[in-house]
Design a protein around this ligand. Structure first.
Ligand code: 2AM
Ligand code: CA
Length: 259
């Protein structure tokens, strides 16, 4: 593994540790909540603070890198040239506000469009899932095994709310009948982690932003899992995506069922 990946890994883990402590200490404090595009699309002062802190640290330590952050404190990114950081300061903001759990701090580093490092930190469970290209995925330093290649009918399927409630996704909902059961966590990052751990066979979700999927993509790649759009094309990290993260078998079945 290149030395610069190892030292960047250590640096990122230190930042996540420092910043997430502040989030945890403020979990019961009064949040300032603002609506973005819809009543279920919210941002809090904590989301903004976390992103600003990360942007400040990246700009100081890696001044020539570019940053794509959910809350807009990074750069306008129109290509994947060079080193690009993806930041989702709090993934699962609605859970953060209403449940005080089931949310994650997420980061990913890409070089010339290739996923190099990614981090999904389940803040309340104190579980850091991380990956370096070629080195697999770990949880708090413990390597995750490649999950068993389960078929859809052997496991649990996760989706996002839009698939459940929007008429145009009627044909997608029928997939659930083929699985053992359906789960909705409400954090794309934590649902990616479930696929990586083999505790669900697939996560399918619509209209996810680049920062929602960039970290999970490396986890799928490192564990021999599939990550595509609904049309079986690779993910597009410059635009919104309808995504399937799944075992190879479940992915094949889902692609047949929805297309
Ligand atoms: P967020 O909490 O960082 O916004 C919920 O199903 C998942 O979808 C979360 O990971 C959430 O990320 C993401 N998501 C992406 N776009 C969204 C939107 N417009 N409204 C709500 N959740 C969205
Ligand atoms: Ca977010």
């Amino acid at each position: 593994m290149p030395e610069n990946f190892t030292s960047r890994d250590k640096t990122i883990k230190k930042w996540i540790d420092e910043i997430s402590r502040v989030v945890l200490n403020n979990i019961d404090s009064q949040l300032e909540i603002e609506q973005k595009t819809a009543p279920n699309d919210l941002v809090t002062n904590m989301d903004k603070w976390v992103e600003k802190e990360l942007v400040k640290k990246i700009r100081t330590t890696f001044p020539s890198d570019r940053i794509l952050g959910e809350e807009g404190f990074g750069d306008a990114i129109e290509d994947m040239n060079g080193t690009v950081w993806f930041i989702d300061p709090i993934d699962g903001t609605l859970n953060f506000i209403l449940q005080n759990e089931n949310f994650a701090l997420m980061l990913a580093v890409y070089e010339d469009g290739i996923a190099i490092q990614s981090y999904i930190f389940d803040v309340t469970l104190n579980r850091l899932y991380s990956a370096i290209k070629g080195e697999g995925v770990s949880c708090n330093g413990q390597r995750l095994p490649e999950p068993y290649d389960a078929a859809l009918e052997e496991g649990i399927l996760a989706t996002n709310s839009s698939i459940m409630i929007e008429e145009k996704y009627d044909h997608i909902r029928k997939i659930a009948k083929e699985s053992l059961g359906l789960r909705l966590v409400g954090s794309a990052g934590l649902e990616s982690v479930e696929v990586a751990k083999g505790s669900i066979v697939a996560y399918i979700a619509t209209n996810l932003k680049p920062w929602d999927v960039a970290p999970g993509l490396l986890f799928m790649q490192e564990l021999g899992l599939k990550a595509t759009q609904f049309n079986n094309e690779p993910l597009d990290l410059l635009n919104n995506n309808n995504i399937i993260f799944a075992t190879n078998k479940a992915h094949e079945e889902i692609i047949k069922l929805i297309n």
